[in-house]
Write a protein that binds this ligand. Structure first.
Ligand code: GBH
Length: 465
């Protein structure tokens, strides 16, 4: 056995998102988010489910905070529902704001640090009627909403994330047609990506200007992939890896941390109109100083260019439609995503070298985890020792190794605290370290949760060498 010890200041947490857990879809003044609407169209969600009730967290908030406390977690990352706080993008809703204010107070009373994400994909449907993120004005609406939430909660909350995974809310949502609103228009996707970044910068300015000496750790969370050329000797495969890296990682990293879009990404996305949506001054707004970078990581991929063989994924990438994802023969999760913790270590070392190190900003892993087809006993207990627990343990080892190589990583959030609504997959995919019985609402910690609770309290664990 080997001991993996984390620095005493390293924080352990778990993450969720409003639309995935809250429910109360139309209560206390909340009106439709784009996901409420998306769920109503038959065929969009594979089990035909919706988010009207989800995990009923809105009504079980105190119980859920007590659960986080029992798991010894230092931090809890949650998101605020824009449609609850500002229904229809009109008047701010006092009852909606009050829910989050009570949640923050409950966390603080239990000595758990709140970490707020302002946008985890659930804007008011009214904004979509104006074009959603393809409309530049949405960035300004987002900054207004962010400013108000900060005014309400900034006295008690230090950690603020503007956006969760802008790749998903642009390319997956406006080009791939996989997430709400389900569009398949590369031009709108590229506009959405830029307007999301602009919204981030505008919101960051509003928040920073209101901090007024209060402790503030302001950042953004990106989802990263690690793209390997399927055949290291193939120039076409290397170019495919370059494009995927550009379309997932660098298209967001470079404007944020270097103040410009990468030249090759501009070329790849010229036809989709990337250069046409950028206005003078935008990049200065986008490259606001960051205090922290949130890293979400699930899996890497091997990719091949136009001359490869077997096709097993059809994820459309703007400017890279002919790229194919090939199996590396690794074990996969219930999502079909390959499991290789080394990819996370490689990513963290690269981010440190090329982006966060030079900028002098720390990394937090804001999401990492896995869905597996759980089997529970009659008490609701799931023994996920050899699936989810192993995934989280191996990725924490990768984080530990990256820290050992000098990467400044200050914390890790497991995705997710509890089983929840997995977007297009409805309730069929379980990412929780805590099981949710959707009939009764009962929460039951899985083996992974027990292990994670021990890890959090000891700031480390033992694992086979
Ligand atoms: C996150 O997104 C979300 O923030 C969270 O809400 C969600 O529940 C969670 O992850 C689990 O899905 O090209 O087939 O190898 C995940 C973002 C983007 C991760 C696509 C996997 C590549 C899949 N995902 N990515 S593939």
């Amino acid at each position: 056995m080997q001991r993996y010890e984390f620095p005493p200041e390293f924080q352990f947490g778990a993450a969720t998102a409003a639309a995935q857990i809250e429910g109360a879809g139309h209560e206390d003044g909340k009106t439709d988010s784009i996901w409420d609407a998306y769920c109503r169209t038959p065929g969009n969600i594979i089990d035909g489910s919706n988010i009207e009730v989800a995990c009923d967290h809105y009504h079980r908030m105190e119980e859920d905070v007590a659960l986080i406390k029992r798991l010894n977690l230092d931090m809890y990352r949650f998101s605020i529902s824009w449609a609850r706080v500002r229904p229809d993008d009109r008047d701010f809703n006092a009852l909606g704001i009050d829910f989050y204010s009570r949640l923050v107070d409950e966390l603080l009373a239990n000595d758990i640090t709140p970490w707020i994400t302002l946008y985890h994909w659930d804007e008011p449907r009214a904004l979509l009627e104006q074009g959603g993120w393809a409309n530049r004005d949405t960035a300004y609406r987002f900054a207004e909403y962010a400013a108000r939430v900060y005014e309400e909660l900034g006295d008690r909350v230090e950690y603020w994330t503007t956006l969760n995974e802008p790749w998903c809310s642009s390319f997956l949502s406006y080009a791939a047609g996989i997430h709400a609103p389900g569009y398949t228009d590369p031009k709108q996707a590229v506009a959405a990506a830029h307007h999301l970044l602009l919204g981030h910068g505008l919101a960051a300015k509003e928040i920073r200007s209101r901090a007024d000496g209060k402790p503030l750790s302001l950042g953004i969370t990106l989802n990263f992939t690690v793209a390997h050329p399927a055949d290291p000797n193939s120039a076409a495969d290397h170019d495919a890896a370059r494009q995927i890296d550009g379309a997932h990682n660098r298209i967001f990293l470079d404007p944020l941390l270097r103040g410009s879009y990468p030249a090759d990404v501009c070329d790849d996305m010229r036809e989709a109109g990337l250069d046409r949506v950028i206005r003078d001054g935008d990049l200065d707004i986008i490259s606001q100083p960051l205090d922290v970078l949130g890293v979400n990581f699930y899996n890497g991929v091997a990719v091949a260019g136009p001359s490869g063989s077997e096709i097993n994924s059809t994820t459309p990438y703007v400017g890279a439609e002919r790229i194919r994802t090939l199996s590396r023969g690794l074990p996969v999760t219930d999502m079909g995503w390959e499991v290789l913790a080394d990819d996370l270590r490689e990513l963290l070392i690269r981010l440190d070298k090329e982006y966060t190190g030079p900028a002098g900003i720390p990394i937090f892993i804001t999401e990492n985890g896995a869905a597996y087809p759980d089997v529970c006993d009659e008490t609701g207990f799931v023994d996920d020792t050899h699936t989810r627990l192993a995934y989280i343990r191996d990725h924490l080892i990768a984080v530990h190794e990256a820290i050992g190589q000098g990467v400044d990583i200050n914390g890790y959030f497991a995705w997710s605290l509890m089983d929840n609504f997995e977007w297009t997959f409805g309730y069929t995919k379980r990412f929780g370290i805590v099981r949710v019985d959707y009939e009764t609402g009962a929460r039951t910690p899985k083996a992974s949760a027990h292990w994670y609770a021990r890890t959090a309290s000891r700031k480390g664990f033992d694992a086979p060498a």
